[in-house]
Design a protein around this ligand. Structure first.
Ligand code: WT7
Length: 657
């Protein structure tokens, strides 16, 4: 599969290397941070360190206290007031940088738009007035379900401008997922598009939502962006649904930015946890903006005047929120915003964009890198990638082979790689190299960002100096989630209980090596990471059992060469239902409809029974062990040990297909 890795002697030689990559003298000489003493400085007084970053923003009213910490409840820059959209837009325009490009937008159909800071501000102000006209007040939730179009960041910033809380749902999620996220966040307005483009063809978005929208009593208005120029069939409900362009035309152009409290909510973003119910992760204004401003500048070594930065994530994930929108704009950077897929209209699309736009910094996920490896190094070799000077990775552990390929084939052997570990909950990058300081080891996210305290601990919470265990964070940071929307108890219980009330339980396993470098290994809870996207086993199980033919289901993550992990489902059918290939396909589609295509199980294994404990709990760990062909431990607590043998046989039979 990874045969192409072998066809270049440079990569081959490095494949099993223990080599450490020091920053080059050239990179160091120009780096935003090149003096390692920044770590000691931040460690000596973390609050002063974060405060120095907050000072780079415009505040309408200064804070009186940097941090108010009553674990797990944090308030940052207490008493301060600011407007997040002012800091991302007006500030740069007022400083004479209005004509600077904020986004080079590239549509999937080859259409392009150049969005300057002044242009983005104008759109944001007008749309803020549209939202006001639709009755949106500070603190109200506004849903956003859009493709990667410039209206997406503008809509987010318009919410921030008027103190509304955005709730972005990834465009690949299903109507049912949108419905659930709108219902639980009490959204009254939703912004969507007539359609999204898939390989040149419109795929309806608004029309697909209509049934779900009708069941949402709080939903007063739906604003629809005309992405396709009327090519999609888009029924509009009188009085509720309005067109973006018509509203914009009718709106006043100017909407001054009002200051809001530093702890005013900025957004809620749903992510999967270990139950079937996704968690609405709540972020606020001053601390979050400080955290993403600092990390964006230091980790990506941004030079706003000369860099062209491209984060290839979707705006619907936290990576897009923090490092396409808020961190990038707060720093006045120029970004590429790309709507399409990496292989449309051809497999060189990414490299063509880098060549044409002179991209200097690329931030993408290991899954994408492994896909490029599979397609072959001759594809990127056909383009001029010499503008690149820094590469980033995020979303899942990056295997050393992919790391080395990325460095050699894409980075030409001279770009530092920043493997950035963080989460929706952390809001900002937490463990990462600083590219002008940190020597990197392929596969390690290296060290905590200055001011961040992390440790690996045992079951009992004792710190492991060297070795494996559970990853924890041990000190508040400005971008941290403040709560789970409307569920503070779940916030405390999920993250701040297991290892004590002041220790944040990450949910990842990690190893710390003799140099204090962190190697994040993966989740320890019932969360599956498919291509860097988080899904809960329970969520997929409940989607499966909602099919009338299914009696029971157990879902696990299995290692997968391409996607990191893939979903395997063990399904017990109702006794009257026959196993068939058609039903298999139907079940996979059923999950796609309930959650989204990314949740479609890769494998479904029929099981007449599932292994359970005597108290009736499904033993997922045992299923994982069987599926991965690992030696089975003690199975005597099983209600029916014979089940294990039956399932193991099924898996082997399936593997021979
Ligand atoms: C989980 C968070 C952070 C934005 C995208 C995902 C895994 C993330 C890395 C990395 C190893 C990583 C962890 C984490 N993860 N980055 N560099 N190395 N693992 O955000 O959906 O909140 O998922 O992704 O398991 O807990 P998310």
């Amino acid at each position: 599969m990874e045969g192409n890795l072998q066809d270049g002697p440079d990569v081959e030689a490095l494949m099993h290397t223990e080599e450490v990559f020091e920053p080059s003298d050239d990179f160091k000489a120009q780096a935003n941070f090149s003096d390692p003493s920044v770590y000691e400085r931040a460690e000596a007084d973390p609050q002063a360190w974060w405060e120095s970053w907050a000072h780079k923003l415009d505040w309408a009213k200064p804070w009186n206290t940097v941090l108010d910490w009553d674990a797990p409840w944090a308030k940052w820059f207490v008493g301060g007031e600011l407007n997040v959209s002012h800091n991302c837009l007006d500030r740069h325009v007022l400083a004479g940088r209005g004509e600077k490009v904020a986004y080079h937008w590239i549509g999937e159909d080859g259409d392009t738009r150049t969005i300057t800071y002044a242009g983005l501000l104008a759109t944001t102000e007008r749309f803020a007035n549209v939202l006001k006209g639709l009755g949106v007040k500070p603190g109200d939730t506004v849903g956003i379900y859009l493709p990667m179009v410039p209206e997406a960041p503008a809509a987010m910033l318009a919410c921030a401008r008027i103190g509304a809380v955005h709730n972005v749902v990834f465009g690949g999620f299903s109507a049912e997922a949108v419905r659930e996220r709108m219902a639980t966040s009490h959204a009254q307005v939703l912004i969507t598009a007539d359609a999204t483009l898939r390989r040149g063809e419109p795929l309806p978005m608004k029309a697909s939502l209509d049934d779900a929208l009708d069941t949402l009593p709080d939903m007063r208005h739906v604003v629809v962006v005309d992405r396709t120029g009327g090519k999609a069939d888009t029924p509009m409900t009188e009085g509720r649904d309005v067109w973006w362009h018509e509203q914009m035309e009718a709106a006043e152009p100017s909407c001054p930015a009002e200051p809001f409290d530093s702890e005013h909510p900025l957004f809620v973003l749903y992510t999967s946890g270990s139950t079937a119910k996704p968690k609405g992760i709540q972020h606020t204004s001053g601390g979050y903006l400080t955290g993403v401003t600092a990390t964006y500048s230091a980790v990506f070594d941004i030079k706003p005047e000369t860099d062209v930065y491209w984060c290839a994530a979707d705006i619907g994930w936290v990576t897009g929120h923090s490092y396409i929108v808020y961190g990038a704009l707060a720093n006045g950077a120029t970004s590429v915003l790309y709507e399409g897929a990496p292989d449309y209209p051809h497999k060189g699309r990414f490299w063509e964009i880098i060549q044409n736009y002179g991209v200097t910094i690329l931030y993408t996920a290991p899954t994408a890198i492994r896909t490029f490896i599979k397609w072959g190094r001759e594809i990127p070799a056909g383009y001029d990638l010499s503008s690149l000077r820094l590469l980033g990775s995020v979303g899942e552990p990056i295997n050393p082979r992919a790391w080395l390929w990325y460095r050699e084939v894409i980075g030409g052997g001279h770009c530092p790689i920043v493997d950035t570990w963080w989460q929706t909950e952390t809001g900002q990058i937490m463990i990462t190299p600083l590219p002008g300081i940190t020597a990197t080891k392929p596969g390690s996210a290296t060290r905590p960002f200055p001011g961040v305290s992390a440790a690996v601990v045992t079951h009992n919470g004792e710190i492991v100096e060297e070795g494996g265990g559970f990853l924890t964070l041990r000190r508040p940071w400005p971008g941290m989630a403040r709560t789970i929307y409307m569920d503070p108890d779940r916030f405390q219980e999920t993250y701040w209980t297991r290892f004590g009330p002041e220790v944040y339980d990450v949910g990842d396993a990690a190893r710390i090596d003799e140099d204090g470098y962190f190697w994040v290994l993966g989740r320890t809870d019932d969360v599956i990471n498919v291509s860097g996207h988080r899904l809960s086993t329970m969520e997929v199980e409940s989607a499966l059992v909602s099919h009338k033919g299914v009696a029971e289901a157990a879902v696990i993550g299995q290692s997968d060469e391409q996607t990191g992990q893939a979903i395997t489902a063990f399904v017990t059918l109702e006794s009257s239902v026959e196993q068939s290939d058609e039903l298999l396909a139907e079940l996979r589609e059923h999950v796609a409809e309930k959650i989204g295509k990314l949740a479609r199980p890769k494998r479904i294994i029929w099981s007449d029974e599932l292994p359970k404990t005597r108290s009736g709990k499904i033993m997922r760990r045992l299923l994982r062990d069987i599926a991965e062909g690992r030696e089975l431990g003690d199975v005597t607590t099983l209600r029916d040990p014979a089940v294990v043998g039956m399932i193991a046989e099924r898996i082997q039979a399936g593997d021979e297909d």
